[in-house]
Ligand binder design. Structure first.
Ligand SMILES: [Zn+2]
Length: 366
């Protein structure tokens, strides 16, 4: 099993933050040659007292560039990788300088990747639209569109929800570029006449009951939690470690109950063993002893990770296209529920932003 976009996203920077130290660990600066960089007298004394630190782990070259800090442990067997919930590590209590740097690095690269994909995707669709030979299928015509949207919404979620914009969620997750072109056309209509077409602000500000908060935030949050956690598990080498899965904060995070849903509903059918997942979600005391890992169709997992990432950049592409002033207020929150992905800060600087609010909105999640 490989991580999603392993060549672009520095998953190791995220993974690093979840090693639980059941052994003595010392923090030292690290340099470009990936060794502990011992230049200062105080570090020399600290390292000298520890027999388990070997000379070949140390770089004493003052001209070698320091790139951060890392922890060096006495007994590597006592180090466990445990990712209970993503929030814990991003909360104030756990934000060490090192963690912040690691997260800032991941955030920056992730932000860059989603932005690039969104720009490329938008350009691709714009190009298709300007081709004289291109015409949307008749099902998108005025007289057919209601039927089409009803059908798409039903395919998306046969249980229904309380959202007035279920069709938007259906189209953004359908995988069909024509559905997105249709949405772009609707955004154009709104730009010309704000009594017509699609107003994205209305979609992302729609409130559900207390537990859901804003629907758009809610679904983005839970899917990104899944995306980040699963990728981190894979990157940490614990994919087949059932104990790791047991400890993840994903319990109860994926279900289709209440007035909205925490995941694209038809993706649940396709990518999970729904009966197991339902039992898992109901089994609060873990009496049935179901491991979350057993709820996932692992042969389709990579495909699901791709879909979630795509879902992110499609929404970002729509945001960019709509370019509504008011959207900027919500722009952050929709993507920033777990970590501050810094989507707006194109020049997001790792060093300057270490004091960034990394728990974007834990208070609005219940
Ligand atoms: Zn060095």
């Amino acid at each position: 099993m490989k991580t999603h976009l392993s060549h672009q996203l520095p998953w190791d920077s995220l993974v690093k933050n979840y090693y639980r130290n059941y052994s003595e660990g010392l923090i030292f600066p690290i340099c470009e040659c990936k060794k502990m960089h011992i230049i200062k007298k105080s570090d020399e004394i600290k390292a000298g007292n520890r027999k388990y630190i070997k000379e070949e782990q140390i770089c004493r070259d003052p001209s070698c560039k320091e790139i951060g800090e890392d922890v060096f442990y006495k007994n590597k067997n006592k180090i466990k990788w445990e990712m209970d919930t993503i929030d814990v590590e991003y909360s104030y209590y756990h934000k060490t300088y090192r963690t912040k740097m690691n997260i800032a690095h991941f955030v920056k690269e992730h932000s860059k990747a989603v932005n690039n994909f969104a720009d490329d995707y938008l350009n691709k669709l714009k190009k298709i639209r300007t081709d004289k030979k291109f015409k949307l299928d008749a099902k998108y015509n005025k007289e057919n569109i209601d039927n089409y949207l009803t059908q798409k919404t039903k395919e998306y979620n046969d249980c229904g929800s309380d959202s007035d914009y279920e069709y938007i969620y259906a189209l953004t997750s359908s995988g069909d570029d024509n559905d997105i072109i249709f949405l772009l056309n609707e955004i154009d209509k709104y730009k010309k006449d704000n009594t017509k077409g699609l107003c994205l602000v209305n979609v992302v500000t729609e409130w559900g009951t207390q537990c859901f908060g804003r629907y758009a935030n809610y679904i983005m949050d839970s899917m990104n939690r899944f995306y980040l956690t699963v990728n981190a598990i894979i990157a940490s080498g614990n994919f087949n470690n059932r104990e790791t899965w047991e400890k993840t904060g994903l319990r109860g995070g994926i279900c289709v109950y209440g007035d909205f849903h925490s995941f694209v509903p038809n993706w649940i059918d396709e990518h999970f063993y729904k009966d197991k997942l339902e039992n898992f979600n109901k089994d609060y005391n873990n009496e049935l002893n179901i491991n979350f890992f057993d709820c996932i169709k692992t042969e389709k997992l990579y495909d699901l990770l791709k879909k979630i990432f795509r879902y992110n950049y499609i929404w970002l592409a729509l945001y960019k296209y709509a370019d509504e002033k008011k959207l900027r207020e919500y722009f952050r929150s929709i993507f920033l529920r777990i970590v501050d992905f810094g989507y707006i800060d194109d020049d997001f600087n790792e060093k300057d932003n270490v004091d960034f609010e990394l728990t974007a909105s834990s208070s609005s999640f219940c």
